[in-house]
Every structure is written in C-alpha cells, then in structure tokens.
Design a protein. Sequence first.
Length: 138
Amino acid sequence: MPSYGGFYVTPNAWRTWAAPRNPPYKGWGSTAVEEMIHKALWDNGIGELFRVTIVPIPKSEPEDKKWAVMVYTKRNSKKPLYFPQRPDSKADLDGKQMLKDTIGLETTDWVTVWYDGNSTTKPFDSQFTQPLITGKSQ
C-alpha cells in the first residue's frame, strides 16, 4: 500500500554493491543490504537526505528475486501515487549521482514504486507508478 519516490536499486545492483563490502551476515540478502546502505549514507554525511526500504520487485521487472531496495527522499504515501521530483530538492534532482559518487551505489533515475503491503505471494502486487497527465481535449 505504500508508494515511495526515489531511486530504485535492482537486486543485481545491490548484490554487486554489497559483496565487496563484506556483509555482516553469513546468509545475507536484502535486509542486510538495507542496513548496509543506511549505515553508508550516514557514515558519508548524506543520511539526512535519504531513507532506505525494501520493496517487492515490480511485475514489469525481469528478476528472479523477490526483493529490491528503494532509496527514497522522505516522501511516501499509503496510496498509489506518483511523486514528481521537487525542483528545490538537490536530493531529488541529483540523488542518483550523489549515491554513485558518495557511496558507489548504482540506481535507476527517479521513479515511484507502489506495492500492496497485504500481498503475500509472488508475484507481489508492485508497480512503478506514472504521473497523471491531464488536459482538456479540444
């Protein structure tokens, strides 16, 4: 049921990022990576700009895993909304590059992910949301 606006990290990207950083658990996965990214953000002085959460992989993504990671900018909603980038937010506008340059994390461009928190089986009800385009037809 939540929507998050920010930067999506695929399972391949988070595995590539985490492996050389020696995850703290023997059987590490998305939960360990969520904690590692959170710590890296704060250790590198950008923790106040971003939050990290695990999200189900949207149905449109060809992944064999269940979970991805979302690095978002304090914007979430329980409704399936699209969050546009805020023009006055450096984290919204430059977050992808900030994450790459500061902690070495590869992400997508800005996206909004929504998922049904009540889904319990794969494929989870998860999707990238799009902006509403409104206009008057003439």
